[in-house]
Design a binder for this molecule. Sequence first.
Ligand code: NAD
Length: 260
Amino acid sequence: MLSGKTALVTGSTSGIGLGIARALADQGANIVFNGFGDAQQIEKLYTDVGAEFGVQTAYHNADMSKPAEIEAMMRFAAERFGGVDILVNNAGIQHVATVDEFPAEKWDAIIAINLSSAFHTTRLALPGMKQKNWGRIINLASVHGLVGSSGKSAYVAAKHGLVGFTKVTALELAATGVTCNAICPGWVLTPLVQKQVDDRAARDGLSNDAARKALLAEKQPSGEFVTPAELGALAVFFCSPAGNQVRGVAWNMDGGWTAQ
Ligand code: NAD
């Protein structure tokens, strides 16, 4: 369905971004990977995905907190693949502390990576998408783009901001073939969440399994984690012709979290 298209997925060396990159590659899209990690492992990762799905893959190591590096990544995608047709703004970090104890530099980093990077990639991808009159922008927000949780001020502010940015981008593009939507996952068991499981296990003297169950029990009625593959399938739907008129939504996939 997506052969001939190119997808750039920020933060795709791990977790949800990798799951979405794999789902888009499975539909025939070429993939530009981005994110941190061991250089050799990353090279193996994008080479393996290319071979598994028979698509072209590449990687750029831009730091999403640095606009100049984002510009270099977008130039790289344009030179290598003639532009980005599907932009998945996924890179994100977390830090948990109360507002009065929140380190100012963590606040700035979370706003830069989880929110401002999406502005920079989007503004740079849009001219090409408008020219082709086709494009898909998918912003990985969170249930925390819809509701709050104690200790996550920067993350919740950034994700609410990302949902707002999604709506405005969708409206500005409403009469074009370019759509923009947000995905709002509940708990997904990735390194970002495992750290919170580890913190809880240490704090409450729990086993890893008990800490995972306690985390889910608090917020996610299904008692099960959402998976990167399920989120990848939703991203594929947004890219399909059936998604043509899905514009500006903040679509939760959260095991019932925000239904409460
Ligand atoms: P993860 O830690 O597994 O992956 C994060 C990715 O972002 C990695 O590839 C990492 O290298 C990359 N990254 C981090 N900082 C970066 C930077 N400065 N520049 C470039 N890349 C950077 O996390 P995840 O759980 O897969 O999270 C992916 C997205 O989904 C995030 O935006 C997160 O907020 C969101 N999300 C996650 C959950 C969850 O439960 N895991 C729930 C809702 C939303």
